[in-house]
Design a protein around this ligand. Structure first.
Ligand code: NAD
Length: 454
């Protein structure tokens, strides 16, 4: 498989890929290695994860550079990702032992009732490229710490990063058959789906998630899915400093080139402040410099997948043909690299694809609303349900609005934020189950009820 630099169109290197035979062999080895791994004390597994965190810090520059080269992510944002991932290591290292400890929940006469947890067995982690470290950690770190073996397929667009993670886990002491990387494109993913995994932790698009759930139908396999988003943000007339809000919204739209599952994907603004806010948002978005991902000044790098440029252009053309006003950007930049400029569409509405389909790029539609009820109805008018944000300094009003929006995460006066201490879960087309938090540790365990009579 050729690893292509999306900023130049040039090949970085080639990587050996797996096939139907090698994935079967890797699965069999993981199945055989898992019981011994599960039998080790949880404190030992936690110690290895801590060492892994130290190694990530040691290799931050090597990893960030390769991630930037293969995904087009600005180098500084790649460094931020490695640093951010250390928080997840910390959370899982601090929480797992307590989360897995058997807990007496009740005494019923002479019977003790105890809640315990067992590992699931062999977990398949098929992963995405947009935050290759952060999204992988949601699945494989807790899965490993709970005593599972993991077969990990990084995205074909972030294979080098995935191989770094694999190398460092092994260097930290995780046995090679307990954490096993599989490389390749969708066809290799499909071969993996034929195997009898105990759980699939998938991060990627709704369309692939749907195929995976269809493939496992009837197999009683636990599926945990982190899928796409069409995350709404509502700026109320009580949002406070409009300049600061516009700054935060521009970042929510453009960070990681808009290629974030929880990027701000559609904006609703109270009609009383619409014109002023739109002007400020345009100015803030204009300040995001697009260019060479390795350059220190770059804020928007390359679009990772070349085919996506045409998708972005189609959303802009569709919106303009239906009456949106193109205020900024809106044209593919010619050349070998995959560049699309920050793009702002005003007067958007829900007849336009840009307000309904996941965009996954540096492009935003903004729509005027007359009150909270209209904003809530529009925010809920989506098949996705990952995150939603409201900017409102009146906390009671803001929380009341967010409580009515059908998403797994609600942000008041902030956006595009993930915490390992809170559950990460999507509703509808945004996913199944939950990762992160204690829930995201128990996601990779069987619960067992013990009735112990003396
Ligand atoms: P994708 O669905 O194209 O690919 C994801 C992974 O699935 C890759 O490893 C790919 O090789 C594999 N794959 C593709 N087709 C397959 C098949 N038929 N069988 C088995 N495996 C297959 O998604 P992507 O482009 O890598 O990621 C972008 C998407 O991921 C966006 O929709 C984004 O919102 C979503 N995402 C969600 C979260 C979240 O936490 N909810 C986080 C990151 C990304």
């Amino acid at each position: 498989m050729q690893i292509i630099n999306p900023a130049t169109g040039e090949m970085i290197r080639t990587v050996e890929t797996d096939d139907a035979v090698s994935v079967r062999e890797k699965f069999a080895a993981a199945r055989a290695a898992q019981p011994a791994w599960a039998a080790r004390p949880v404190a030992e597994r936690v110690a290895l994860a801590k060492t892994f965190g130290e190694l990530l810090k040691r290799d931050i520059e090597i990893i960030a550079r390769d991630m930037s080269l293969e995904t087009g992510k600005p180098l500084q944002q790649a460094r931020n990702e490695v640093n951010g991932s250390l928080n997840k290591v910390r959370f899982f290292c601090e929480e797992t032992a307590a989360a897995l400890a058997p807990a007496k929940v009740r005494q019923d006469g002479n019977t003790e009732e105890v809640l315990g947890f067992d590992p699931l067995g062999v977990v398949l982690n098929i992963s995405a490229w947009n935050y290759p470290i952060l999204v992988g950690f949601n699945v494989f770190l807790p899965a490993l710490l709970c005593g599972n073996a993991v077969i990990y397929k990084p995205s074909e667009f972030s294979t080098l990063t995935g191989l770094h993670l694999t190398r460092l886990l092994h260097e930290a002491g995780v046995p090679e058959d307990v954490f096993v990387a599989v490389t390749g494109e969708a066809a290799v993913g499909e071969q993996l789906l034929q195997l009898p995994f105990d759980c699939v932790g998938f991060t990627g698009s709704y369309s692939t998630g749907k195929k995976i759930s269809e493939s496992f139908a009837g197999r009683m396999t636990r599926l945990i899915m982190e899928l796409g988003g069409k995350d709404p943000l509502y700026v109320t007339d009580e949002c406070g400093d409009l300049d600061a809000v516009a700054d935060a919204v521009a970042e929510g739209v453009l960070y990681n080139n808009g290629q974030s599952c929880c990027a701000v994907e559609r904006v609703y603004v109270d009609e009383k402040i619409y014109d002023v806010f739109a002007g400020k948002l345009k100015a803030k978005m204009q300040a995001w410099v697009t260019g060479d991902p390795l350059a220190a000044t770059t804020m928007c790098g390359a679009i990772t997948r070349r085919v996506h440029l045409k998708f972005l252009q189609a959303q802009v053309n569709d919106a303009v043909s239906k009456g949106a006003r193109l205020e900024l950007g809106g044209q593919i930049q010619e050349g070998k690299g995959n560049f699309y400029p920050p793009t702002l569409l005003l007067n958007a509405n829900h007849s336009m694809d840009v307000m309904r389909e996941e965009t996954f790029g540096p492009l935003i539609g903004v729509m005027k609303v007359k009150d909270d009820a209209e904003a809530v109805a529009l925010m809920n008018d989506s098949e996705y349900g990952l995150t939603s944000s409201v900017y409102c300094k009146n906390a009671e009003r803001g929380k009341k609005i967010l409580a009515q929006v059908n998403t797994g995460t609600g942000y008041l006066n902030c956006c595009d934020r993930v915490s390992a201490w809170l559950p990460w879960s999507g509703r509808g087309h945004s996913g199944l189950g939950s990762t992160l938090s204690r829930l995201g540790i128990h996601a990779f365990c069987h619960a067992k009820g013990w009735h112990i009579r003396s």
